[in-house]
Design a protein around this ligand. Structure first.
Ligand SMILES: Cc1ncc(COP(=O)(O)O)c(C=O)c1O
Length: 435
C-alpha cells in the first residue's frame, strides 16, 4: 500500500509529502547517465506507484481469468474486479458505470467514436442511429491545437462521409479564438471535437462555452481529456460533453488501457465499432444483436489487469487529492514559465507568466534544434519531450517544426524544475547561441 496520506487542510503538497509520494515510485530512484533521474516527461507517460504495479501482479497471481464468460469462481472474481474498476473510474470523472467503455488508449477511444459515426452514416444501427448520420456538406469542427489522435480520425471520417472538416484557429498567445469558434459553429456543424488541455501549450480550453456553442446547433461534443483527467478535477457530467477520451498511462496507470466516456443515451444508440465475442445478445448466421453499453463496445477478451491497475491508480490520485495535485502542478507550471521566460533566447509557447496554464511548458530555443536540447539534458539525467508532440499543424501555426516540453506531475519537485532550468541555461551557453 502507498505510504501517502493527505494532511487535513493544506492546499498544496508540502516537501515532506512529495518525498513520501516519491518513495512510492520505484523508477524515480534510478540514475540515468550517472545522474539522478529528473523525470519531466509525465505529459507523455507518467510513472507508476508500487500499488499500481502490485495490483497488476496480484491479479495475475490470484485472479487471472476471462471476464463475463465463465461460470467458475475465478471468472466471477475477475468479472467483479473488472466491473469494480469501471465503477471507480466512473466515479472519478463524474460518470455512470455504463458510460465508461474500456479501450486500449485514448487514440482508440477517439477512433471508436469516429468509426461508429461512420458506421451509422453507412446505415448501420437502425432508427436509433439516425441522429449520428452525416450527409455530404455536414461539418466536423476541431481546433488547431489538437493532438493528431483527435484530428486524423475526423479527417478520415470526413473523407468517408463527404463531411467537411473545419478548425478553430489558435491566437498568438496560444488560446483558442473563441470569436472564430462562434463564427464557425453553424447549422451544418454536427461534431465539435476539442482538447480540454493542450499537450503543447498547457492552455485550458473553455469547455462550458464550447459545449454551449455546440448545443445551440445540436452538434455532438467530443472532449480529449488526456491532459486533464490526470491533472485536474474532472466532472464530465457537469461539463455536459457527449463523449470524452483519456489514457491510463498518463494518470499513474499501466499502458494498454484507455477510457471512452459517452452519455449513456448516446452510447446505446451508437452502432458498434469492433464486433465479435462478448458484445452480443443473439447471433444467427446472417446477423447479430448487440448488448447495451458499455459491453457493445468491448468486443473480445478485455484488458482486465490493466483496468484493475488503473483503478488502483485512481485510488492513489484520490488519496493525495486531485485538487491538491492540480494546485501543486499549477505552481510548478508557473515556476517553469517564469524560469524559461527569464532565459535569453527561449520562447515559451502558449500563455505567459501569470496566465492560467497547467504544469507543463513547451518552448523554442532560437538557433538550437529541440533534439539537441533534449540530448544535452539527457546527458544530465533530465528527461523531457522533444519534437512536434503529435501536433504538427499547431507547430506549423507557431512557425516551427518542433519544440521541447517539460511536464510535471504530483511527484515533481521545485528543485527538479530549478535543476532543469539551470541545465537549459548551460545548454544555451554550450551551443553558443545566448543573446
Ligand atoms: C492531448 C492528447 N491527446 C491524445 C493523446 C493520445 O494518447 P494515447 O497515445 O495514450 O492514445 C495524447 C498523448 O500524448 C495527448 O497528449
Amino acid at each position: 500500500m502507498p505510504t501517502v496520506t493527505a494532511p487535513a487542510s493544506p492546499h498544496i503538497l508540502a516537501p515532506a509529502e512529495i518525498s513520501a509520494i516519491r518513495a512510492d515510485f520505484p523508477l524515480l530512484d534510478r540514475e540515468v547517465n550517472g545522474r539522478r533521474l529528473v523525470y519531466l516527461d509525465s505529459g507523455a507517460t507518467s510513472q507508476n506507484p508500487r500499488a499500481v504495479i502490485a495490483a497488476e501482479r496480484e491479479y495475475y497471481e490470484n485472479e487471472n481469468s476471462a471476464v463475463h464468460r465463465g461460470a467458475h469462481t475465478l471468472a466471477a472474481l475477475a468479472t467483479e474486479r473488472f466491473e469494480d474498476a469501471r465503477a471507480t473510474v466512473a466515479r472519478f470523472v463524474g460518470a455512470a458505470e455504463d458510460e465508461i467503455v474500456w479501450t486500449s488508449n485514448a487514440t482508440e477511444a477517439l477512433n471508436l467514436v469516429a468509426y461508429a459515426i461512420g458506421n451509422a452514416t453507412a446505415g448501420r444501427g437502425g432508427v436509433d442511429a439516425e441522429r449520428f448520420r452525416l450527409t455530404p456538406g455536414d461539418e466536423i469542427l476541431v481546433t488547431e491545437m489538437e493532438h493528431h489522435a483527435n484530428l486524423i480520425p475526423w479527417q478520415e471520417l470526413a473523407a468517408r462521409t463527404g463531411a467537411v472538416l473545419r478548425f478553430i484557429p489558435v491566437a498568438d498567445d496560444g488560446t483558442l479564438r473563441m470569436d472564430e469558434a462562434a463564427r464557425l459553429v453553424n447549422s451544418r456543424t454536427r461534431v465539435l471535437a476539442f482538447t480540454h488541455v493542450s499537450n503543447v501549450l498547457g492552455v485550458i480550453n473553455p469547455v462550458a462555452e464550447l459545449v454551449a456553442l455546440a448545443r445551440s446547433v445540436g452538434a455532438l461534443t467530443v472532449l480529449d481529456a488526456c491532459q486533464s483527467a490526470p491533472h485536474l478535477p474532472l466532472d464530465l457530467s457537469a461539463l455536459g460533453v457527449d463523449f470524452a477520451a483519456f489514457s491510463g498511462h498518463k494518470m499513474l496507470g499501466p499502458t494498454g488501457i484507455g477510457v471512452l466516456f459517452g452519455r449513456s443515451e448516446l452510447l446505446n444508440a451508437l452502432p458498434p465499432f469492433l464486433t465479435g465475442g462478448s458484445m452480443i445478445t443473439t447471433v444467427t448466421m446472417e446477423s447479430a444483436e448487440y448488448l447495451p453499453s458499455p459491453h457493445r463496445f468491448e468486443a473480445g477478451t478485455q484488458r482486465v489487469s490493466q483496468a484493475i491497475a488503473l483503478a488502483s491508480a485512481v485510488d492513489y490520485l484520490e488519496r493525495v487529492g486531485i485538487d491538491r495535485i492540480a494546485a501543486h502542478e499549477t505552481a510548478l507550471g508557473q515556476r517553469l514559465v517564469t524560469g524559461l521566460a527569464a532565459i535569453p533566447g527561449v520562447t515559451v509557447l502558449g500563455p505567459g507568466v501569470g496566465r492560467e496554464r497547467v504544469g507543463l511548458a513547451s518552448f523554442d530555443v532560437t538557433g538550437v534544434h529541440s533534439h539537441d536540447i533534449g540530448q544535452f539534458l539527457d546527458d544530465r539525467g533530465i528527461a523531457v519531450r522533444v519534437g512536434h508532440h503529435c501536433a504538427q499543424p499547431l507547430h506549423r501555426r507557431l512557425g516551427m517544426t518542433s519544440s521541447t516540453r517539460a511536464s510535471a506531475y504530483l511527484y515533481t519537485t521545485e528543485d527538479e524544475v530549478d535543476e532543469f532550468l539551470d541545465a537549459l541555461s548551460a545548454a544555451i551557453t554550450f551551443f553558443g547561441v545566448s543573446a
